[in-house]
Design a protein around this ligand. Structure first.
Ligand code: ADE
Length: 242
């Protein structure tokens, strides 16, 4: 994305491993603490940026995204980090860029709503928050630049306050949402950014396959896959340089 004004690009991750390398790469880095959350401003690969660790889960992500918007007025928000692979054919290390985000644990089904419908739009369908097309294109290019040989897919990412490590739930997420990947913050960042009219996108690298082996795989690959998500963000920021 070309920056046309000084509004920074914002990068939000849940865990230390998902933001550490981005914070370390910020030039002229300054820390601002708001409501107990540390926001890091600076220049990332030539682009004005804010990087923040929100903590795990949808509430933490929503709180921090709103503070980010109110205090820093970012031109765009990218949620970065790792995810469980849900779609067929995904492997650990693949990059998934979310075109549409849904809250898979939002459940008003006893009241006649589809799973994931947050009381908005057609009640027979999940509510999907659509990522910004230009940001998605830029992230796809950045992923290919950062690692030409890795798999890169675009599609639905679902979020919920649950670490998915169960084949039955994984199957439901694929069936009910057409999900490619599952994590715990992206749809919440998306919901909050959409509410405020700020363009957003979600970039995730697959750390596990959201099945019975997910916790072992997550432990083994968290560091490497989170580092790769940061490498893609750096390539994205470099291409966006003014
Ligand atoms: N983040 C990484 N792997 C995940 C999983 N399996 N479920 C939820 N969030 C994740």
């Amino acid at each position: 994305m070309k920056q046309t004004h000084t509004a920074p690009a914002a990068f939000i991750g849940a865990m230390e491993t998902e933001v550490r390398l981005l914070i370390a790469a910020l030039e002229n880095c300054e820390k601002v603490t708001l409501h107990g959350v540390d926001f890091y401003t600076g220049i990332l690969e030539g682009t004005p940026a804010v990087v923040v660790r929100c903590g795990i889960g949808k509430v933490n992500a929503a709180i921090t995204t709103q503070t980010l918007i109110d205090r820093f007025a970012p031109g765009c928000i990218v949620n970065t980090g790792i995810a469980g692979g849900v779609g067929a054919g995904l492997a650990v290390g693949d990059v998934v860029i979310g075109t549409k985000l849904a809250e898979h644990d939002f459940d008003l089904t006893p009241l006649g709503y589809a799973k994931g419908n947050v009381c908005e739009g057609d009640k027979t369908k999940p509510t999907f928050f659509e990522g910004d097309a230009a940001l998605i294109d830029s992230l796809v290019s950045a992923a290919k630049t950062a690692a030409p040989d890795r798999g890169v897919k675009t599609g639905v990412i679902v979020s919920g306050d649950v670490f998915v490590a169960d084949r039955a739930l994984k199957k439901k997420l694929a069936e009910d949402f057409g999900a490619l990947a599952a994590e715990m913050e992206g749809a919440s960042v998306a919901h909050t950014a959409a509410h405020a009219g700020v363009p957003f996108a979600v970039l995730r690298v697959i750390s596990d396959l959201a099945d019975g082996s997910a916790s072992d795989s997550f432990t083994d690959f968290e560091e490497e896959t989170a580092a790769h998500s940061s490498a893609v963000i750096r390539a994205f920021a470099k291409a966006a340089r003014i």
